[in-house]
Design a binder for this molecule. Structure first.
Ligand code: CA
Length: 502
């Protein structure tokens, strides 16, 4: 049996050249704050996601895939670089005027694909810092995505709930008016004007907890941006704008090969659905923006169908961290949001080291090579995309690149191998500590300075057996001192080793 598996692996390695010659298009759809249970094919019943479900029907759905962190910036850093973000201080949730967190010259997913002859585009949320910091949005804004391998970029600098509330196209604010210069603050308030243009959303302004002291739908932007009035986005139009840009990028590069990194704003706060989606779910605006997200995915798939690109385009659908429910809405829909359980019974939410913080939907569709309608239980993570894409395009990663990125192409393709794609994975929340170590069915979680959604505990460890206890209800640390010792020592070794890639 072992010999047979090795034969399969050998065949696979030989086949990599074939894949490189095929040069499939790649669309990586990284959604925001969509939890493990937030789409129909992962069990959601209060929202309808026929387009995302179509991807699962025509591709492979992974049940043990993880964002490498439980919040935005470190997950995106790990995806782009193949390196755990906790290895670099300052990669926690970035301010909207933070400096570029990835140094130009770093080997990234887009730079690797560009080297293989791909046209590379970013449409959507960036949140990895820009320029030297604090970013000046009134001139040429760099370094940024274009200095890291993208040929084209149309993006939200940070997130929808952070200033500046403008899009950047390549190196400039889109729609910039030099007569109305932009100023943003991540300290003192510099005004009291709302940042968006949405009349309905303004009605929902109320004081409350947030990053600062005033919020829109739980979101703190008011008073921290002045100028750039003509360039400001309309929250309810963001999905339409990004979808249009994504479709245009595919159309412009249909001769291929192309790589589109579509980082949706949905379903991050402030969760303002376009009016045509409002009330379409029975769980408030949170459900409605899931419908809006599904529409975006549908537009992308319809474009591939129309241009006859479906067969040789690898589409990945995933999320940057687990889901969350926030009761900060003034639109009367708070009680409805919780009808849709974001993480399908996994413990905790976005911002946590428990499974609800980082286990996410991950679907891969490539009709010519990935099995349809299959479910994979392989352990994989976003940090693996770099090494996997290198294998897909027949490139050897330089020794210093992607130090934590594993080639999981056999798992994506549903090939049988005699070892799992990954034998371990390190997970983080927002900073250098605490971390969690996954090994097989076991997960060791450092406690102490716990996640923002987690409970505080004395420094130590929790241990869960995910095979018996996927909801992490039973901490078995006390009964397993030997395992705690082995795993905690291994975590320390990984922490100091600087790399984990074989
Ligand atoms: Ca997120």
């Amino acid at each position: 049996m072992k010999a047979l598996c090795q034969t399969v692996v050998a065949f696979f390695l030989a086949a990599q050249g074939v894949f490189a010659a095929e040069r499939p298009n790649l669309i990586f759809i990284l959604t925001d704050d969509v939890g493990y249970g937030d789409v129909g094919c992962y069990g959601a019943t209060h929202v309808k996601t026929p387009n995302i479900d179509r991807l699962a029907k025509e591709g492979t759905k992974f049940t043990d895939a993880h964002a490498t962190a439980s919040v935005c910036t470190p997950t995106r850093y790990a995806f782009m670089t193949g390196r755990y973000a906790w290895r670099q201080p300052g990669t926690g949730i970035a301010a909207g005027n933070a400096p570029a967190l990835i140094k130009p010259g770093t080997v990234t997913v887009p730079s690797l694909l560009k080297q293989a002859g791909y046209a590379t585009g970013l449409v959507g949320k960036w949140h990895l810092g820009l320029g030297e910091g604090p970013t000046d949005f009134n001139g040429e804004i760099k370094p940024g995505p274009l200095e890291l391998g993208f040929d084209y970029a149309f993006f939200i600098p940070a997130t929808g709930d952070r200033v500046p509330c403008v899009f950047v196209e390549n190196h400039r604010v889109f729609g910039y008016d030099p007569a109305d210069p932009i100023q943003v603050s991540y300290g003192k308030k510099i005004g009291d004007e709302p940042t968006g243009k949405d009349p309905e959303v303004k009605l929902k302004i109320r004081p409350g907890p947030g990053h600062f002291d005033t919020v829109v739908n739980g979101v703190s932007r008011i008073g921290f941006m002045t100028g750039g009035k003509a360039a400001r986005w309309v929250d309810e139009d963001i999905a339409d704008t990004l979808t249009t840009r994504a479709v245009q990028f595919i159309e412009s590069h249909q001769k291929g090969p192309f790589f589109l990194y579509l980082a949706t704003h949905d379903i991050h706060e402030p969760m303002v659905p376009h009016p045509r989606f409002r009330g379409t779910s029975d769980c408030g605006w949170r459900g409605d923006v899931i419908h809006q997200l599904d529409w975006t995915v549908g537009q992308v798939l319809a474009t591939l169908d129309r241009l006859k690109l479906t067969g040789n385009t690898l589409v990945i659908f995933t999320s940057d961290n687990g889901g969350a429910i926030k009761n900060t809405y003034d639109d009367g829909t708070n009680p409805l949001h919780a009808r849709q359980k974001p993480n399908a019974g996994l413990r905790d939410f976005k911002g946590s080291l428990y499974e609800g913080g980082h286990r996410i939907p991950f679907i891969a569709r490539w009709p010519e090579h990935i099995p349809a309608g299959r479910v994979s239980t392989q352990l994989i993570a976003h940090v693996d995309v770099l090494a996997t894409v290198a294998a897909l395009t027949g490139q050897k990663l330089p020794a210093e690149a992607g130090p934590d990125s594993f080639n999981v192409l056999p798992a994506w393709l549903g090939l049988k191998t005699d070892t799992p794609a990954r034998d371990h994975l390190v997970l983080q929340n927002n900073g250098q500590r605490p971390l969690a170590l996954r090994q097989g069915q076991w997960v060791l979680i450092e406690t102490g300075a716990q996640s923002r959604n987690g409970t505080k505990a004395a420094p130590g460890y929790e241990l869960y057996n995910l095979a018996d206890d996927p909801a992490e209800l039973h901490n078995v640390a006390e009964a397993q001192p030997e395992r705690i010792k082995r795993m905690s020592e291994e975590l320390e070794r990984l922490r100091t080793a600087g790399r984990s890639r074989p």
